[in-house]
Design a protein around this ligand. Structure first.
Ligand SMILES: [Zn+2]
Length: 317
């Protein structure tokens, strides 16, 4: 019980408005504690600072539904800088972030984008679709918007930012070349949830998710039937599972299409709201884009090298 009481005390300290937590000034011998919610944000912050950055929502985890754990709250309350996505992605973190921002620097990185560049959530037209990391131009813009904040923690942020954006542009150019080879009739990307609208807009693909923008509701039978019709009518060869979302509804699609005499296969597992394993190529933003673009291209009948843009993708069995 003592530990619990201490924890509640810390939570209260972290969240109580008006209570001052002295900002930690990074000295020459201390590494600033930068904490990000998603792996994508942590990746950009690492690239821009050269510093270690903690990501709370790791591989396979779902930011829409993830509730801050006791460890998350402790880590956040001790951070020198907190970077989160915003735009209602980490919906369960909103209250916590509002509290933290009273005492320490907290930046909602995606909310730095001008509203006219955002897509709307089809189910709730007044809410933006948060999955902006799949449009390389928007992601580059977000990384640039992070620079003034990160410059307080590391030297050379501007130069590092320029180099990061060159990498972003290079993989975007590879992805465009690869995805452009998908035949016109197969340019339909069906995934577990609506994470890929920005990807579709950036690369000229039609996109359908079995579940909506958030992952909090099960797909209805009418939605499944609608997508089966589409897959059969267009003879789309593959649908895609996501590493952070259940694949149950996709199995229903495949069975539905099979009952109508059309074979649909799983075109691979895409990284949608979480990236690959920590320390792997797929665990970086560039590697995630490479993996997704390469998998989608190959499964939908286009041409791309099996190991991706630079041969760095893990081999598939
Ligand atoms: Zn999502």
């Amino acid at each position: 019980m003592l530990a619990r009481r201490r924890f509640i005390g810390l939570m209260a300290a972290a969240l109580a408005p008006g209570l001052t937590i002295a900002p930690r000034v990074a000295g020459a011998d201390t590494v600033p504690r930068i904490v990000a919610t998603t792996g994508m944000i942590a990746d950009a912050a690492r690239a821009l600072t050269g510093l270690p950055v903690t990501a709370l929502i790791g591989p396979g985890m779902d930011p829409h539904g993830h509730r801050p754990t006791r460890n998350d709250i402790l880590t956040l309350s001790r951070a020198d800088l907190v970077l989160w996505h915003g735009l209602n992605l980490e919906a369960q973190f909103a209250k916590l972030m509002a509290g933290l921002s009273q005492n320490s620097p907290v930046l909602a990185v995606a909310e730095t984008l001008p509203a006219d560049l955002l897509l709307a959530d089809p189910a709730y037209p007044d809410r933006p679709d948060p999955h902006i990391w799949f449009d390389p131009a928007l992601w580059a813009q977000v990384s640039q918007a992070m620079e003034p904040t990160l410059a307080a923690f590391a030297p050379d942020v501007a130069a590092r930012g320029t180099a990061y954006r060159a990498e972003v542009e290079a993989i975007a150019s590879y992805a465009k070349t690869a995805l452009d080879t998908i035949p016109a009739g197969s340019r339909l990307l069906v995934t577990a949830h609506d994470a890929f609208a920005y990807f579709g807009r950036a690369f000229g693909l039609e996109v359908e998710g079995v579940q909506g923008i958030s992952t909090d509701s099960e797909a209805g039978l009418s939605r499944i039937a609608e997508l089966v019709d589409l897959l059969v009518a267009r003879q789309v060869p593959a649908v895609f599972v996501e590493s952070s979302v259940s694949d149950r509804a996709l199995r229903a699609l495949i069975e539905g299409a099979a009952a109508r005499g059309h074979t649909v296969r799983i075109g691979g597992e895409l990284f949608s709201d979480a990236m690959g394993p920590d320390g792997s190529y797929e665990g970086t933003w560039v590697g995630m884009m490479d993996h997704n673009a390469t998998s989608i291209t190959r499964a939908l009948g286009g041409t791309a090298p099996e190991r991706g843009a630079s041969g760095a993708l893990a081999a598939h069995g």
